[in-house]
Design a protein around this ligand. Sequence first.
Ligand code: PLP
Length: 476
Amino acid sequence: MSVLQEISSNVKNMKTLEYSLLARWTKQIKEDLRQGVKKPFKEVIDVSWGDPHRGGVKPLTFVRQVLAACLYPQLMNGEKLPVDVRQRAQKLLDGCAGWSVGSYSATGGLPEIVQRVSEFISRRDGGVQSNPENIFLCCGSQWALTRILNVLVNAEAPYPTGVLTPAPCYSTTTLSIEGLGGVVVPYYLSEERGWELQVEELHRALESCKGACHPIALYVINPGNPAGQVQSRKSMQEVIRFASEKRLFLLADEVYQGCIYGEKEFVSYKRVLSEMGPPLSDTVELASFHSASKGFMGECGLRGGYVELVNLDPAVKKYIYTLFCADSSPPVLGQIALDLMTNPPQPGDPSYLLYYQETQHIRSTVVKNVKKACEVINSLQGFSCQAVEGGAFAFPRIHLPAKAIQKAKEAGMQPDTFYCLRLLEEAGVLASPGSDYGQEEGTFHIRFCILLPHDVLGELLQRLSDFHTQFMKDFS
Ligand SMILES: Cc1ncc(COP(=O)(O)O)c(C=O)c1O
């Protein structure tokens, strides 16, 4: 017996990502390569995820040493590991039930780690207070976002719940909103102005959904995925005023806060809100998300994230807590990764020098990558790329020839999916199509990760350039 008929229409209506077709093809191509089938490339370069280790970035030694010692405490006997690694592992295990990372933790995370995350937030925000009671550690930040959306999106209300989301937007969030029965209300970032968020566009978006849904929340990603923009303080202040005026709950996805490459610095929404003073600082409801998946640590697979809640009605917080309880305990190794990300070795600690060298190496590689990627792409006819100020991706625009668009239509595909499919088949590069992220009608993009070793990026750009030049010849 199948439960097909029982599946909610919200789930059934979730959009299938164009990317799934590419993922299936990649599996086939990899299998062909294994079987010895001749292709113009020896392996697929997969840059479709913001997953640094997948691309070849090495894990940080300090992080892996502490994790290893926590998993296998015998490693702490003797002098094999630096003393600060052993001390940290000891301290972390002291917080675990039964002195084991294999035991469940409290619902919102191990209290000692929650406390240290809270201290990190205060330091980051120039002393703005952070209360550990408002912080929940979780199985990746996306999980926390979905739980908060669970509370915000009311599937029983006469009007569906609307969430203002950027376009382009990280596709998992739009899928989560749809899966819960909410309505995605896109506000378009201005590509010509470096993917700037303009408050007039927020007004337009809000106006556009009148009568169709009840907008309750505003989702922002800073630094951006996929567009790589970093918001200015002024823009954030405008967003906060808008959220207050329109009584919207602010969802600030700040998972790329450690990945900044240009002149602009990262400032958290919490800090900007706090510095705006009352009444805004006491009233605007905010959830801010961060993760051990991103940044130069890149421990995506360990699933460690947190959400901090600001100005929430305690009654609402109670429901959030109940929802978090339903999933018992967040992964302990993910919590440890968060602890290490928010409290890295300090000058004078035995592990500091190596930690510093490794993180600086990743940082300078990515800065070089960003520069090179933009230079190469902007030198290609029919391609343009805005400056990548932060985050993990480049999101260049492709000006596809009419013949290519027509061919894609005949194949029943979005034009940028068609481009990505050819890129995969002919050059062995797996990028993802802009149509999965939401883009202005008639514009096409591709997204690829730039958190890569420099030689991998070089190979990727070479393959992309050769392919693109031929593609434009073939279709013009
Ligand atoms: C903007 C954004 N938010 C959240 C996430 C999910 O992060 P996590 O691994 O913490 O769930 C991602 C992952 O790519 C992301 O790009």
